[in-house]
Write a protein of this length. Structure first.
Length: 192
């Protein structure tokens, strides 16, 4: 997008609604206050019997994603439909998602190691190796938390203070300044 001064701003388009309120939890009954929202339609054959009954209580179609929001400010009741127009334009929000999975990665990609030495002077296939592990006879082990090769990505990531640049209620779209975690089409949670 371009702002009023003509500067281009990198942004992300998010489909954020409509969401159905499937349950309102209270401290008296559930032990904490929360609002449960459901998003994205799916077929009956892909929905468990328990979830079919849960959605039937609020006369809703079957949904793919059910998420709870604690400390929800607003007067809602089960069956209400929340649309994207509840998001204030210009305000800041936090976005929670699952980062892209990278699989098993070496130390150069996972921890930004530079590799061992140069490519010459006797080095043979050691360019991307982790290097020395540490002490020998004592403690005779590798300490926990040592940065080594392993599974990378697929982590829960929270990006804070992203500005909501534009709200498009007709298409249920939010335009947020900056990047958000996850692949295209993945589910995220927007808190403001």
């Amino acid at each position: 997008m371009f702002n009023a001064e003509g500067k281009n701003i990198a942004c992300t388009v998010i489909e954020a609604g409509p969401c159905v309120v499937t349950q309102v939890k209270s401290t008296a009954v559930d032990g904490y206050d929360a609002v449960q929202l459901a998003f994205d339609d799916k077929k009956e054959k892909h929905t468990t019997k328990a979830m079919q009954g849960h959605f039937a209580k609020v006369n809703s179609t079957f949904k793919r994603k059910v998420v709870e929001f604690r400390n929800f400010t607003g007067d809602v009741k089960p069956g209400d439909i929340l649309k994207v127009d509840i998001c204030p334009e210009g305000e800041f929000c936090d976005i929670i998602g699952t980062s892209k999975g990278k699989g098993f990665q070496g130390v150069v990609k996972r921890h930004n190691f530079s590799g061992v030495g140069g490519a010459t002077h006797g080095q043979h296939n050691r360019l991307r190796a982790p290097g020395s592990m540490g002490a020998s006879s004592f403690p005779s082990r590798v300490f926990k938390g040592k940065r080594l090769a392993g599974h990378m990505g697929s982590d829960r990531v929270k990006i804070q203070n992203l500005q909501i640049l534009k709200v498009m209620p007709e298409q249920n779209l939010l335009i947020v300044k900056g990047a958000i975690p996850g692949a295209k089409g993945s589910y995220i949670k927007v808190e403001f």
